[in-house]
Write a protein of this length. Structure first.
Lengths: 587, 370
């Protein structure tokens, strides 16, 4: 168990993995890092983040990459799977003093070969607008830290806008800025615009228009990440208080909430069609939430530590079995997918809903998403139709299998996936002795692919029966939803305050009020997913996961950005790699 | 060493005034909790293992209240519990809100009672915690026995059918005791036999870049009993291969988790420290509960952490971080500081395997929300 000496081999870092689509391969020559390629001593520093932009130049080399490592920020031409990375010539490099870059985002609408608009958030709360091609610093926001002194946790351009952007802080606040406005020389005065359960939105009271345009206060504790829906209308926020909150961004209304099983939620993403949201957090789980039904539809267990990034893979998300490559059919780039996501997502959405409404049996749908975590592992997950559209459950009561599912450790992806079986690599750091998964096959087969239906069915069966018995409660919950969940919030607050003032004996009512409700179903009440693959791919905590058209990009806290060629996309470069590179290890 | 220590103590007492008032100022008169006292404990020569555990226990509110209640009972002959009660009482009744207290009587008593602690060596904080809780439980049980013999059973609460079996649980058990169920499945006849055992804390193995949740799962991983460790199956009436696993059946009010960071290295003939990064959330539920657990979904809040600083069990230093009302405090012997909740991440451990020297969480105290 302890990785001393002999344990090292077991913790070997993977440079390739296989799924049913084929072999994904790490391209060691396409690794981006600081020019000296020295691992960054990452103790206590901000996560390494990566942003991409396509500058639409005619050469076909339009991809640009930006990443932060420690107090440095780099901007390179990204050659992806096509050519080896040339780290000697960053287009732009910046070193900051007193404050560190924490996150960044390109404006995909305004990007050209001559100019890009890059927003950079900082650990002391400031936001910079820079142009790494022109090497200009256009503007500074919150420079005097009058708006917020806490760390910027997430910065993003408002979809479809060339001037509006949103900045989240560890204070739990989020601010809407306009690049055209100044931040003023005094602290802003706010006026309440809208208030709901555990959130409030204020406008900035001032004679002349100034930044911030809006101040959002969301939940308790740090606001760890937010993500706009593909159509740009909704905003999903995850906070340290363990809540996912989804807002209608324009009307400033709460659409729905979800609570983690425990601990803070750290990351959030939308499915390409905007129908599902996936979160990851301190419960080591990924949680799939239906945007339409406002409920948890599945949880995924596979990480050995906190989940730091979740992302859908639009290229492997298929809407119909007959047309499995819904997105990869076009030559459009990842960036375009994001910036014009609205139309594409809508088309997918309408197709899905059309099929759903006309057919009694749902269409064949599979969503692929991935997650990376502090356990240095990459997990890929499939969200299949038996999870998405559970049909009439078999008349089965909850079985012990299910309980075992929920509590037994992940048995590695080996038996579950014939592809990775062929890979002959055991799951790294697997603490179970080798003979175990096989001999323990009774409970485990239920979660592997062959038995997945029954497992899911039984899980759903128990879920449905649970919901049936709790239906009144459930309805009440929904009613609260509309009422901004007044009662609920009170319950939450009172349980908390009584907890801190007095203890145990005093508070006899169920404190974890959310458990067993739509906000946070019990473990056995929703299907538990097992990862398709689960691989240790770095020495350090993973902080980035981005699905591009022909590759997957990951990065770790040491500042190494890795490109994993998709099946069939391993070109000339990788054959060179095999010849030249002895090990192909990451570091 | 004694001299050095004395010098440092004088130095710290000199700075203590400024330090203490700074803490009071930082918290602010409005925010300072009513009836709460933050007092550092003087180090009497490598007694930080003791100080850190005492501070952590002081901020486990159910424990503190029972100890203070014990203090208000009629005077008894001095023992470790009366010394602890005096110390807690002394902190709780200070006029000042912040300051420093020498836990002299308690340390003296501890050294008198257990030769293990009767020296100036650095001791293992977990060993001390274990010793302290068990000693208190023994004292309480002994007192109850005395009372029974004297015919003074309080409140006429006589439901002692199981008198001859296990002794009645004391408040130490009510607070810290949970139950593990040890399920063994014979691989030949598939019969599952289970045996329950109680615990006051759980010691979990640690792995690099994992969470406490994962370590707890590892604790409950299935073990295969084979070759010389075969299991005697009552059904088969012979030794058989079997699967064994431990799951939590009864979740305690306060869950104390000990991270096994000290590992004996055969080659080196000494213990080394595993400084692995093991993250622990402020909110916790258990996944490794048994199917028949009474309260498997208990939600826990982190209330205190004993942190080991340094590279080995017999060197280095212990500090405690505790949650009091809405903020976090760091107790480093006589020094008390307010810290940001985000600063807790500095005590998760190191991701690099090279360095053994770390300030990393060693004992976690999670308190149930119900």
């Amino acid at each position: 168990m302890a990785a001393e000496g002999g344990g090292k081999e077991m913790n070997e870092i993977k440079t390739q993995f296989t799924t049913r689509e084929g072999l994904y391969k790490l391209l060691s020559h396409s690794e981006y890092s600081r020019p000296n390629r020295v691992p960054f001593n990452s103790q206590g520093s901000n996560p390494v983040k990566v942003s991409f932009v396509n500058v639409n130049d005619q050469s076909g080399n339009g991809d640009r990459i930006c990443f932060n490592v420690g107090r440095e920020l780099y901007f390179y031409i990204y050659k992806g799977v096509r050519k080896a990375a040339d780290l000697s010539k960053p287009i732009d490099k910046r070193i900051y003093k007193g404050t560190q870059p924490t996150c960044h985002d390109f404006n995909h609408l305004t990007a050209t070969a001559e100019s890009v608009s890059l927003l950079v958030g900082f650990s002391a709360g400031q936001v910079q607008l820079i142009d790494p091609i022109k090497k200009e610093t256009s503007k500074l926001f919150n420079e005097e830290r009058l708006i917020d002194k806490s760390r910027v946790t997430c910065v993003k351009w408002v979809p479809g806008s060339e001037s509006l952007f949103l900045v989240a802080h560890s204070s739990g606040n989020m601010y809407l800025y306009n690049v055209e406005h100044t931040c003023g020389t005094t602290a802003p005065h706010y006026q309440l615009l809208k208030q709901g359960e555990s959130f409030a939105v204020h406008t900035c009271k001032s004679k002349s228009t100034r930044n911030p345009l809006l101040k959002w206060t969301v939940g308790e504790g740090a606001l760890n990440e937010f993500a706009f829906s593909p159509d740009g209308k909704f905003l999903a926020c995850v906070s340290q208080d363990g809540f996912l909150r989804v807002f209608n961004f324009d009307s400033v209304e709460l659409h729905g909430t979800m609570k983690s099983y425990f601990g803070g939620l750290l990351c959030v993403c939308w499915s390409p069609d905007g129908k599902y949201i996936v979160t990851g957090g301190e419960d080591d789980l990924v949680t799939v939430w239906s945007f339409v039904d406002c409920r948890v539809i599945a949880r995924g267990q596979g990480h050995k530590s906190w989940v730091s990034v979740v992302a859908f893979d639009p290229n492997t998300t298929s809407v119909e079995e007959t047309d499995p490559m819904e997105f990869s059919g076009s030559d459009e780039d990842f960036q375009e997918l994001i910036s014009f996501g609205r139309d594409r997502a809508n088309s997918t959405q309408s197709r899905l809903s059309k099929r759903n409404s006309t057919d009694s049996r749902p269409v064949s749908v599979t969503y692929r998403f991935g997650s990376v975590g502090q356990d240095t592992q990459l997990c890929l997950w499939d969200l299949t139709e038996d999870i998405l559209f559970p049909h009439q459950p078999l008349s089965r009561t909850r079985t012990h299998t299910n309980v075992m599912n929920a509590t037994s450790p992940p048995a590695g992806s080996g038996p579950a996936n014939p592809g990775s079986n062929g890979n002959s690599i055991t799951t790294p750091g697997n603490t179970i002795p080798p003979p175990l998964p096989r001999s323990n096959s009774l409970p485990h087969s239920a979660v592997s692919n062959t038995g997945s239906k029954s497992s899911v069915d039984s899980a759903i069966a128990s879920g449905v029966s649970k919901f049936a018995t709790l239906s009144i409660h459930d309805r009440k919950e929904r009613h609260h939803d509309k009422d901004h969940k007044r009662n609920h919030s009170m319950g939450h607050i009172s349980s908390k305050s009584s907890d801190k003032l007095n203890l145990v004996t005093k508070n006899k009512t169920d404190p974890a009020k959310t458990l067993g409700t739509a906000l946070c179903p019990r473990m056995e009440d929703v299907p538990l997913l097992e990862p398709l693959i689960c691989k240790k791919i770095a020495h350090e905590r993973l902080t980035v996961l981005i699905f591009l058209e022909d590759c997957i990009v990951t990065a770790c806290q040491e500042g190494f950005i890795c490109t994993w060629a998709r099946p069939g996309k391993v070109g000339l470069l990788s054959s060179q790699n095999q010849a030249n590179s002895p090990s192909g290890t990451v570091v | 060493m004694e001299i050095l220590m004395t010098v440092s103590r004088i130095a710290s007492i000199c700075t203590m005034g400024a330090n203490a008032s700074a803490l009071e100022k930082e918290i602010g008169p409005e925010q300072f909790p009513v009836n709460e006292h933050y007092f550092g404990l003087v180090n009497f020569g490598n007694t930080c293992y003791c100080n850190s555990v005492l501070q952590a226990l002081y901020f486990c509110r159910p424990f503190r209240e029972k100890v203070l209640a014990y203090k208000s009972q009629p005077r008894k002959k001095e023992n470790l519990l009366t010394c602890l009660a005096d110390l807690f009482h002394s902190i709780a009744t200070q006029k000042k809100k912040v300051g420093v207290i020498p836990p002299k009587k308690f340390i003296t008593r501890l050294r008198k009672e257990n030769e293990l602690f009767d020296n100036y060596m650095q001791q293992d904080a977990h060993e001390f915690l274990n010793y302290l809780l068990n000693t208190i439980a023994d004292i309480l049980q002994e007192e109850r026995k005395q009372e029974k013999q004297n015919g003074r059973i309080p409140n006429g609460n006589i439901d002692n059918e199981n008198n001859n079996s296990a002794p009645d649980p004391t408040w130490v058990h009510e607070i810290f005791q949970g139950t593990l169920t040890n399920e063994t499945r014979c691989l030949t006849c598939e019969t599952i036999s289970s045996k329950d055992e109680d615990f006051l804390d759980l010691s979990v193995d640690v792995e690099q870049n994992t969470s406490i949740t994962h370590c707890l799962r590892g604790f409950s991983n299935t073990e295969t009993l084979c070759s010389e460790y075969k299991y005697y199956c009552e059904e088969c009436r012979s030794k058989q291969e079997a699967h064994k696993r431990m799951k939590v059946k009864k979740l305690p009010m306060i869950l104390a988790l000990h991270l096994k960071r000290f590992k004996y290295m055969d080659q080196l003939h000494r213990y080394t420290k595993l400084s692995y990064r093991v993250v622990f959330p402020l909110e916790l539920r258990l996944f490794n509960t048994s199917g028949d657990a009474t309260n498997p979904e208990r939600m826990y809040d982190l209330v205190a952490v004993v942190v080991h600083c340094g590279s080995g069990p017999n060197r280095g230093h212990y500090i405690a971080i505790v949650k009091s009302h809405d903020f976090w405090l760091l107790f480093d012997d006589d020094i008390v500081e307010k810290i940001d909740a985000q600063a807790i991440e500095e005590f998760y451990g190191l991701t690099s395997d090279i360095s053994k020297n770390s300030e990393s969480g060693y004992i976690l105290f999670y308190q149930s929300r119900d």
